[in-house]
Design a protein around this ligand. Sequence first.
Ligand SMILES: Cc1ncc(COP(=O)(O)O)c(C=O)c1O
Length: 282
Amino acid sequence: MSTTDALLQGEMLTPQTATRFATVFKQLIDIGVRFKLRDEIYVRRWEPERIRDHLVRDLSDEPTALPDIVEDILYSVLPLCKNENSPYFLGFGDTGDDPAALAGGLLGLFTQQNLINQSFDAPSATFVEIAVLRWLRQMIGYPDLPVPDVTCVWNVGGIITSGGTASNTVAMMLARENKAPGCMTSGVTDPEQFGVILPRGIGHYSVKSALTWIGCGSQVIEVDTTNFRYDLTALRKALRTNRGRVMTVVAYAGDSRYRTGLADPRRGRRIPIGRRAAPPAA
Ligand SMILES: Cc1ncc(COP(=O)(O)O)c(C=O)c1O
């Protein structure tokens, strides 16, 4: 019997199914834990075309039963997935092995607090988000209103984003508003003024995409770098040459691609990330 055979097609989580479902959910967590604990970064390493042909299928006329989907993920998808928690993966400092983050992910899924509004969708989660935003503001030295003065979302002063692309897009929107106050309501009238300086070869493509999404046009000005830092002479020159046409200079702090070393708390020593350890033969 497969892991999820106890989940019958069409059944929902009810008091009657809860015990059976909970057993299955625990088995799924075990699959996730085994994935993270596996030694290999990849169990299988295939050419992209082979992965494409293996996984990209037409929409089926028949529904696929949940146990089959789980089996498919387990045997077809997971062996090809990258495990950042492998001791051989040195690309990112965050290996996703923090139990608090994993617990948060699981509880977030089950509690499903939709932050769309405070009154009925997320009566407490809204204030949890506000509290976290205030911590983030404090960490970077922004002032916070006293708690009793926080009466609506407009005086919270931030949002939590889903990841890097969303963060860069919000950053570009705010830079645009800073450069042309009122632009959010009146619209972009003079796109020439919204140039963005990026470190050459380092700038993440999401910044360029964000500029096109927010109507600024893709006006990226690349400036040379030395050892992953802006060449300050080149930066000054770019600012002079483009005077009046730059809305922001993008800088990266702590991007794992550009660090020369990272601390590995599991081993308590520093690892040079430019030198990758060889994974064991799969
Ligand atoms: C500097 C930078 N910006 C944006 C992104 C994209 O992040 P996400 O995949 O969370 O949208 C990354 C991803 O590594 C990044 O390093």
